[in-house]
Design a protein around this ligand. Structure first.
Ligand code: ATP
Ligand code: MG
Length: 404
């Protein structure tokens, strides 16, 4: 059935609740979806009564429509995507289109029709529409059952001013808020399992994410940088990551390893990472740092050590995985699509110059005293200047005026 124009209806939950901000949230989501689907035959996207209506080019096939829907359901802010058709306000036509839409709904045993009219200038009421379209479907699909409570498929029929929309396939979206509606964050992105998931959590709450990766280069290869690029490309599909700064960190770790007591090395590496990330955040106008730490997971993730690293910076540090178990994080990484990439081994700065027995209960005055031996005032701008920037497609990102 390609005689009718294909459409997707994009539903959202939370943005509906945001009072006077609602219009700007809707516009943000609309712009994000428009930019992310630009390689697909999407003609235009409209805002209609609490939803977005995505028009696909006439003649678009089902496979392509499915790809568009699958892309959109993973975009933050999207609660549900329904695929169907736009057609005339004619009950015979609507019934035929409903039969076609139901044919594309996938496996199901039970269904019901949920009709509504947004305009009372259409003579038939919603109950009657349910009956008429429902009868046509029962005739076309005699082996399927009508079920009012929790059917497998709900066939949506909506009559608006000049047209009607009929859809059957409906997919749950990732929810959250549109990227760009909650400001910017700088995320410390390793090639491990945790930090991509942590980044995604903030993205889903509407933050534009800027990654900062500390590479062991030149003391190690650049393998971790390629993995981080692959991870960024996964995140890019949802429009949430604007750029990744790669900081060659190996020589500085070497200096730290030569200067401070071995047990304090890891804390020093991490404090320096935070300070560099904070300098980048200021440059980018970002309001917080994000890490993939989870309490007690490794030596640096004890309460004492977290306190010592937080004290290195003024910005808030968000750790969305702090109370999450590894298996839960892995499940989320699989859903996100980053797990396989993160499972590959690459030496990064984490594996470099590790002490045999890292401090697990660092005391801030002791850390500060040891750190005084390091020329941080010189190092931080040096590291920020040495960072290599790679840009990704992020519709909500506006670079600050060039500072460098
Ligand atoms: P991940 O799986 O994300 O690598 P992890 O369990 O290996 O985390 P750590 O190595 O202690 O834990 O790192 C904790 C957090 O510090 C990471 O989640 C990440 O946010 C940040 N981090 C660690 N290494 C790097 C790095 N090389 N570049 C940027 N950030 C890093
Ligand atoms: Mg790691």
């Amino acid at each position: 059935m390609t005689d009718y124009q294909r459409i997707c209806l994009v539903h959202y939950h939370e943005i509906g609740l945001k009072g006077h901000n609602r219009a700007s949230f809707e516009m943000r989501l609309l712009k994000n979806l428009g930019a992310l689907t630009q390689d697909f035959p999407v003609v235009t996207i409209h805002r209609i009564a609490g939803r977005l209506l995505v028009f696909l080019r006439e003649g678009t096939d089902w496979e392509t429509a499915k790809q568009v829907a699958d892309l959109m359901r993973n975009v933050p802010g999207v609660a549900r995507v329904s695929c169907g058709f736009k057609c005339a306000r004619d009950l015979d036509v609507m019934s035929q289109v409903a039969i076609a839409a139901l044919a594309e709904a996938g496996e199901f045993a039970t269904f019901k029709v949920a009709a509504r009219r947004n305009h009372t200038d259409f003579a038939t009421g919603s109950m009657d529409m349910n009956q008429i379209v429902g009868a046509a479907l029962c005739e076309a699909y005699p082996e399927k059952q009508v079920k009012m409570k929790n059917p497998d498929v709900v066939v949506g029929v909506e009559v608006v001013q000049n047209a009607s929309y009929v859809y059957a396939r409906s997919l749950r979206g990732v929810g959250g808020l549109p990227v760009g509606s909650s400001g910017k964050v700088v995320s410390l992105l390793s090639s491990g399992i945790d930090s991509p998931v942590a980044t995604w959590k903030l993205a889903r709450r509407g933050a534009v994410c800027i990654g900062v990766h500390f590479s062991g280069r030149p003391q190690t290869s650049d393998a971790s940088e390629y993995l981080v690029d692959d991870i960024a490309r996964v995140l890019e599909k949802t429009g949430c990551i604007a750029r990744v700064y790669t900081v060659p960190f190996g020589d500085y770790q070497r200096e730290i390893a030569l200067t401070v007591p071995p047990a304090l090395r890891v804390i020093m590496y991490r404090r320096l990472m935070f300070k560099v990330a904070e300098a980048i955040a200021r440059q980018e106008g970002a309001g917080a740092l994000v890490t993939g730490e989870s309490l007690g997971q490794v030596a640096s993730q004890t309460l004492d050590n977290i306190r010592c690293t937080d004290a290195a910076v003024d910005l808030p540090v968000f750790r969305p995985l702090i109370g999450t178990d590894k298996l839960e994080i892995i499940a989320e990484a699989e859903r996100l699509g980053s797990f396989e990439i993160s499972s590959q081994d690459a030496p990064d700065c984490c594996t470099l110059f590790m002490p045999r027995a890292p401090e697990t209960h660092a005391k801030l005055p002791v850390v500060l005293e040891a750190e005084a031996a390091l020329p941080l005032e010189q190092w931080i701008p040096e590291l920020v200047a040495a960072a290599e920037i790679r840009d990704y497609a992020c519709p909500a990102y506006k670079p600050k005026k060039r500072q460098r």
